[in-house]
Structures are given as C-alpha cells and as structure tokens.
Design a protein around this ligand. Structure first.
Ligand SMILES: Nc1nc2c(ncn2[C@@H]2O[C@H](COP(=O)(O)OP(=O)(O)OP(=O)(O)O)[C@@H](O)[C@H]2O)c(=O)[nH]1
Ligand SMILES: [Zn+2]
Length: 209
C-alpha cells in the first residue's frame, strides 16, 4: 500500500483530472522517501515552494521563441561581427536534475538584419530554463539565431560548472565545461573564429580596466 496522508490540503496535490499527484504532491512524496516528515513545521510550505521554483526553473518549455525574436528583427546595412558576451545562464542537467550554470558568449555576422540585443540573452534563457545537456543547449542557441537571422555566421561558446560534478559524483570543484558551436563563416574561416574567440576573452566595459 502506498503511504498516503490525509487531512492536509497541501499533502495530496492532484492534477485537474484528479488522477495523478501534481508537483506539490510529488515533492511531499519525495520528502517522505528521503526520510523526512513533511508535516513538521519547517517543511509545511516546502512542497509549494519547490513546485513554484521548479516551474520557474523550467519555464523555457512554455516560451515561444518565434514570438520572442520575430518582433525585434531590424533591417540594417552592417556586416561586421556583433558580439553579446558574458550572458549569465542557469540550467539543469537532465541526468541528475541538478543545476549547471555559467556564461554564454554569442557572436554573429549580420546579413541585412540584426536582432534586438536583449533578445540574445532571452534566447539563451528560453533554452537554458529546461532540462538540458550543455552541448545541446549550445547548439540550440546557435541554430535558432542562424535560422532567424540568416546570418553569414554564428558562434556560441558556453562555459559552465555542473553541480552534479561538484557536490556529488566525481566531486571536482574547479572544473569548467566549455562547449562551442560555430556556423557559417565562424566554422569555415579561421580568422573569423579567432577574432570571435579573442573578443570574448577581452575585458568588458565596466570591468575597471
Ligand atoms: N556531455 C554531458 N554530460 C553531462 C552533462 N551534464 C551531466 N553530464 C554527465 O552525464 C553523465 C551521466 O553518467 P552516468 O554514469 O549515467 O551517471 P552517474 O553514475 O551519476 O555518473 P557520475 O556523475 O560519474 O557519478 C555524467 O558523466 C555527468 O557528468 C552535460 O551537460 N553534458
Ligand atoms: Zn548531471
């Protein structure tokens, strides 16, 4: 018989069809499975908080990337490299449901149009806030920009620390995973790729140097 708690509204949270426990119910169950007592004072609000946090951390599934980008594409005659770098991101590894986080650097060479600068971090967020592996996340960001901009080239570099490698498993605290995806001129022209890599390594405005 599965253990079941009654009498507390929050303990048995169910989906609208009443068939399966919703996120809050699953968190309550999780607390029981790890040896906790969900009815103790400190944990009473925890299922609600965790459900809310999980929904926030996976909100990328509900974001419409077409809508996000299409309204901010601007025709312009500018064919030099555009770089948006040091974009903070937080994601969750799909193997352990633990965070990985770091910085993302994006570059592209426009082909008659540019995208609103803020939309680049928004695209990074929309794909980060899902269950991911870092390689797929990197590819998705690059491919999306390429398809929206029809650019001469796109480059994406991501540097991240994975909690699943830090607080468990191999327990390496200083390891950084770096992934990249290069398209068009960034892939075919070494000079373009090197220029991008050099520019993302340089200090930034406001760094105090
Ligand atoms: N390539 C890649 N691997 C990841 C990422 N996030 C987590 N992993 C790895 O996924 C792998 C899962 O390996 P398994 O052997 O199935 O799982 P595990 O027993 O928990 O592995 P350990 O972490 O080595 O303890 C681990 O090597 C993780 O480091 C990611 O974004 N990209
Ligand atoms: Zn992991």
């Amino acid at each position: 018989m599965p253990r079941r708690q009654t009498g507390r509204k929050r303990v048995l949270s169910r989906t609208r069809d009443g068939q399966a426990p919703g996120l809050e119910g699953l968190v309550t169950r999780l607390l029981v499975e790890i040896g906790e007592t969900p009815t103790r004072n400190g944990l009473l609000e925890t299922p609600r908080r965790v459900a809310k946090a999980l929904q926030f951390m996976t909100r990328g599934y509900h974001q419409n990337i077409d809508q996000l980008v299409n309204q901010a594409l601007f025709p312009i005659e500018y064919d030099e490299m555009v770089i948006v770098k040091d974009i903070d991101f937080f994601s969750m590894c799909e193997h352990h449901l633990l965070p990985f986080f770091g910085r993302c650097h994006v570059g592209y060479i426009p082909n008659k149009k540019v995208v609103g600068l803020s939309k680049v971090p928004r695209i990074v967020d929309a794909f980060s806030r899902r269950l991911q592996v870092q390689e797929r996340l990197t590819v998705q960001i690059a491919e999306t920009l390429q398809s929206k901009l029809n650019a001469h080239g796109v480059g994406v570099v991501m540097e991240a620390r994975h909690l699943c490698m830090m607080m468990r498993g191999v327990e390496k605290q200083n390891t950084v995973a770096v992934t990249s995806h290069m398209l068009g001129a960034f892939r075919t022209q070494e000079q373009t790729r090197l220029e991008f890599l050099k520019l993302i390594r340089q200090g930034s405005v406001g760094d105090g140097d």
